[in-house]
Design a protein around this ligand. Sequence first.
Ligand code: ARG
Length: 466
Amino acid sequence: MSQSDQNTESTNQSWGGRFSEPTDAFVERFTASVGFDYRLYAQDIKGSIAHATMLAKVGVLTEAERDLIIKGLEGVRADIEAGKFEWSVSLEDVHMNIEAALTKRIGIAGKKLHTGRSRNDQVATDIRLYLRDAIDVISGELNRLQTGLLDLAEREADTIMPGFTHLQTAQPVTFGHHLLAWFEMLQRDHGRLRDCRARLNQSPLGAAALAGTTYPIDRAMTAELLGFDKPTENSLDSVSDRDFAIEFCSFASILMTHLSRASEELVLWTSAQFGFIDLPDRFCTGSSIMPQKKNPDVPELVRGKTGRVNGHLISLLTLMKSQPLAYNKDNQEDKEPLFDAVDTVRDCLRAFADMIPAIESRKDNMYEAAKRGFSTATDLADYLVRKGTPFRDAHEVVGKSVAYGLKTGKDLSEMTLEELQQFSDTIEQDVFDVLTLEGSVAARNHIGGTAPDQVRAAVQRARTTL
Ligand code: ARG
């Protein structure tokens, strides 16, 4: 902030006309948003250029004024990007800072830019433009992560690991199949993100303060210049609702919930107790006291950051709750949660997209783990059913076999035929085809099943959707 912010009093020139005393110095700082909304500068300038272009077309500005304004705004943008711009708290927000700088540069024409608009439609336009840009970046990172998951799933289509329910060994699955489960979660997240983008892409510009404006504006023109699908329908709604930001944060919360689940599994799998995967050193850190430690910090942090994104969703919902139409200053509080949700989601996706392709599976450990815990017990029951045993009876037979295995320390596939036949004389030599892990996964050979061939087919289908 510039030196002038240290002043104890000031009269805001943009709206100070009806005031008889300067704003209290604390109130000035308390109500200012430039400390965070300066991040909207590029969108703010883009919106102003579109507005000035339209004003010239409808005859409210001359072409010379328009050209001066556009050149001036481009100069302001260059100053900001070169780090030469002095943001001033006494000018309250990004909009008035830029307008003041423009007027300083080009004189009286700068004061005409705000004709037929208000900061209320201006800020609503800026946030939508900002969020649309952010969504495009996030969508790119999400795509990178999803592609990485498909590549890894293809590489690991034949790798066998234990599948869990209640975190207890349930049935063998392929690692590729497990990774495709993550892919599906992200695929739905991506759909929600696209929905959010489609719904927000309407131009509020022209709603002015709340009721529209008396100038002969062309809202369709500014909408088109800014890449919006069309102008919004209702001026009161346009300046007041922030549901698009809430919708983005709800996408973000669900996405982070999914990433937190994947993170949790990565943390478990890298532990000595599981030993299913290795993460390269560059995604881990050490301990300052325990020399042997290699901690999976990246997934742990992603898991932790889910909390702050959930917090932002609650902030925005609560901010909007019970607000009367139309614009209220409450809405200035929309930016910090939204910005932080955008930053956090973008960084978490980037970390995951970088990390996933670098995962190395420890196939032997996964295989050994899948062999423990009687993971093919259901296969034995299904085998008996195919041979005519009612399912409930088959369940009982397998239960007894498992009890025997627990007593003797043998997995089902390690028992002799005679041992198995103690529990049912229906069991024959061919039972060993289904008791192996390979046989178990290969048998689940239908859409959505864990068979390696199904994983490969699912990867191919998924690639066409990206
Ligand atoms: N800084 C304000 C915001 O972020 C801009 C709109 C202010 N409008 C007003 N009438 N005070 O919402």
